[in-house]
Design a protein around this ligand. Structure first.
Ligand code: PEP
Ligand code: MN
Length: 338
């Protein structure tokens, strides 16, 4: 629910509106849009406050919120959010490029990848240490050793690192090593995990579930923000469709749809969206042209030796070429890149 305050509403009246809402046990989101102050009421049963708020001095109108995700919606927070991770800004003018292997496999592999990612203009390093694999017989990741190697790669190159968390009990461990926590597609609706990453200090990269609607993605983000962590980046990484030629189907429309409704940054993962090396570059370009704030892309020093997602890994040369091509699309979208 949103209370619209009149333009003549005094500071004391405004404070009183906020006090009344908080006193009734609800959360408040205040924003100014075109000179009109809006006070969003967040919480279960907010509609009970309609009568109380309507009678308060300074309140012009009380109306239901259009979206069921008030904290991540532009309704209460019209200005776009920029997520800061060290010197990196996701959601700002510069296109954010996050790149690295699917999984951390060895010191040599991750340090080599980190060096060429940085040299080509990438801003963050990715690499899974806890891998959610479809088969229990596939490489599961180096776990803690992988986190230690990621931290070494950061120390070597200065790139902040993002890695996936698959279980709430790993929060403290991963927070110790990583700069950003990734919630993978398979866990987008693991609500205990969403609450756990909402209650820790690192920003979160939230990937869209394999079968999730865009509204479900925004509600998953709402869980994280409601649990206390406002630093969330949304990621479109393809959804399941009937088409077997590609691993998933990139939902390009999701990018402008999400950006229109949410103030959170939106990035695109062209690698998992298609699963085919040759298609990664065109999908990355499509995502950036559709308004994505960045990309997360898989690259491996020796793709033919990758222990996971080999078919979609870009070689160092492919990655360098992609960065060159992205610069032109980024420029056309009014962004800088690399
Ligand atoms: C990954 O980033 O390696 C990954 C497993 O991605 P997703 O959760 O999108 O499948
Ligand atoms: Mn992968």
């Amino acid at each position: 629910m949103i209370a619209l305050l009149s333009s003549s509403c005094s500071l004391a009246d405004k404070a009183n509106v906020v006090r009344q809402i908080e006193g009734a046990g609800f959360r408040v989101v205040v924003s100014d849009l075109g000179g009109q102050c809006r006070v969003g009421v967040v919480g279960q049963g907010a509609e009970k406050l309609v009568a109380l708020l309507s009678d308060l001095p300074g309140v012009e109108d009380v109306r239901p919120m259009a979206a069921p995700y008030p904290l991540v919606s532009r309704e209460c927070h019209p200005e776009s959010t920029v997520i800061k991770i060290g010197k990196v800004r996701i959601g700002a003018d510069r296109l954010a490029v996050i790149a690295g292997p699917c999984a951390v496999e060895s010191r040599e592999q991750i340090i080599t990848a980190a060096r060429y990612v940085r040299d080509c203009g990438g801003e963050m390093l990715r690499g899974g240490a806890f891998k959610p694999r479809t088969s229990p017989y596939s490489f599961q990741g180096l776990e803690k050793e992988g986190l230690v190697l990621l931290a070494e790669a950061r120390a070597e190159t200065g790139l902040p690192v993002v890695t996936e968390i698959v279980a709430a009990e790993d929060v403290d461990l991963i927070v110790e090593y990583a700069d950003m926590l990734q919630i993978g597609a398979r866990n987008m609706q693991n609500f205990r995990l969403l609450k756990a990453v909402g209650d820790q200090p690192r920003p979160v990269l939230l990937k869209r579930g394999l079968m999730a609607t865009m509204e479900e993605l925004l509600l998953a983000a709402e869980y994280i923000v409601a649990a206390g962590n406002p630093r969330v980046v949304l990621c479109e990484r393809g959804i399941r469709s009937y088409e077997p030629a590609t691993r998933n189907t990139l939902d390009v429309a999701a990018i402008p749809w999400l950006k229109a409704r949410s103030h959170l940054p939106v990035i695109v993962d062209p690698s998992h969206a298609c699963g085919v090396r040759e298609l990664v570059q065109p999908l990355a370009m499509a995502g950036v042209a559709a308004g994505a704030d960045g990309i997360i892309v898989e690259t491996h020093p020796k793709p033919e030796e990758a222990l996971s997602d080999r078919e979609q890994a870009l070689s160092p040369g492919d990655f360098a070429a992609l960065m060159g091509q992205l610069a032109a699309v980024a420029a056309a979208m009014g962004r800088t890149c690399a």
